[in-house]
Design a protein around this ligand. Sequence first.
Ligand code: NA7
Length: 540
Amino acid sequence: DTYAQELETDVIIVGAGFGGVYLLHKLRDELGLKCKVYEAAGGLGGVWHWNCYPGARVDTPVPIYEYSIEKVWKDWTWTEKYPSWQELRRYFDHVEKVLDVKKDIAFNTRVVAAEFDMKTHRWVLKTEDGRIARAKYFINAIGFAAKRHFPDWKGLDTFKGEIHHSSFWPEAGVDVKGKRVAVIGTGSTGIQIAQETAKDADSVTVFQRTPNLCLPMEQRPLTKEEQEEAKARYPDLYRHRMTTFAGFLVDFVKRDTFDDSDEEREAFYQKLWDEGGFSYWLGTYQDMLFDQKANDQAYNFWLKKTQARISDPRKRAILAPEKAPHAWGTKRPSLEQDFYEQMDRPENDVVDVKATPIVEVKENGIVTSDGQLREFDVIALATGFDSVTGGMKNMGLKDIHGVELSEKWKMGTWSYLGMTCSGYPNMFFLYGPQGPTAFSNGPSCVEIQGDWIIDAVAKMRAENVDYLEATEQAEETWREQVKEISDKTLFPGTSSWYMGANVPGKPREQLCYAGGFPKYEKECRNALDGWKGFATAAPA
Ligand code: NA7
């Protein structure tokens, strides 16, 4: 019984998003293990179960943001190049039909504690409502956005209108017709909410701390015929996506910015721009994220293109400032459709909260440090997440010495390969810290890591290894490597959630592995061969 008060199984997986469902399917249907999934939400999809704010859609085009599993893609058709949250939910309904996963998932079930029992070599997990599960393997697939970030403004709870965090938007939607809407935050989420609500609301005011250096999405409808025709190439595409830096189809060209003449460079930028999506970010010159001068060129082209879309000089200076706010591409650019045109309309506004931070929320609006009160009916908090580490630090995990993970990771993050931790035998995690996570296409990342975890479990079983624990030394080396790779890039100079800089008090460090998929996969595969960096033991 999925909701049994006590249960004993081979594998406990936490999270039923892309990662958890992949592992459940593979471990259960290919390795024949008994699996149980605990999921805090009421349905499949992980972030796509929670994401129902206006305009929520994925920033990765068909057919890259989906499983490479043939029996799943074979009979599935999308309607748009960049699918909406509604369509991603339908995709997960389809996944359920094909993979039959729900029967092994307990929904509305939040894990609040987990500890490894050294006597039996079993994980013991507790749920919020007091259920207990024991398993040999524990897989954490909670994603990088499992913990919301709320600012601590005075009066946040006194607001009399509607106020919602983007990841906890009412399913039924919010009627913004005739209403004044505030959007706080300009990550991918804030941009999408602003752009979408501006179509219906009386006015939209965006509170921007850092401009999002958005790229045009170039959204378009897709036909069934063109997808059916393309499917012959899908296996090749899915193999190819694993060989690119970030698990997309685009990849950096093997040419530096100044290898090209000014005219050639302009033409190349224009070509990438016209492709839309992340081409201008991840398909550009290989030195863009390493060399500031090269990076300035990328910014200048972006600036020219973007400024041309904003006629109001005050708004233009805030949304697309002459001086780059940070190295171009060191924060994830949002893919917009008509964000700048919407912001340019006289009824909409943008407030620079770097110049005048929000100091208080009152029952009728928001007060900035210049004393100005702006009145609103709806506030959308698009302030992001305690990204990458927040979720795992918040689920009551304890190591074999009784130390909480939140304590171990207090001053920084330690893991081995971004999938295992010393003190946490037989525990694996994916799409979390020190893996390619933030620098990747999610489904590619969970497949590359998921396949490694599946192979590790299969190898443990084949070799009668009952206990697998990363060594502290391996963790130290991995942490150094993550840092070393990042330090060669322009990422550390930017205050972003990649660097843990978005949450006050969080240690500043590179949270993800920025070495690209091919190098990452090689490191992981190498470790599997002879269990390098691990301590192993036979059954207790
Ligand atoms: P993000 O990308 O973390 O964006 C959060 C935004 O909220 C960002 O613009 C922040 O400004 C802003 N923010 C956070 N705290 C404040 C305060 N106190 N005052 C003003 N503004 C604030 O989260 P998203 O949900 O948009 O996207 C998360 C990822 O999901 C995204 O990258 C995709 O990969 C999918 P900042 O930029 O830090 O100055």
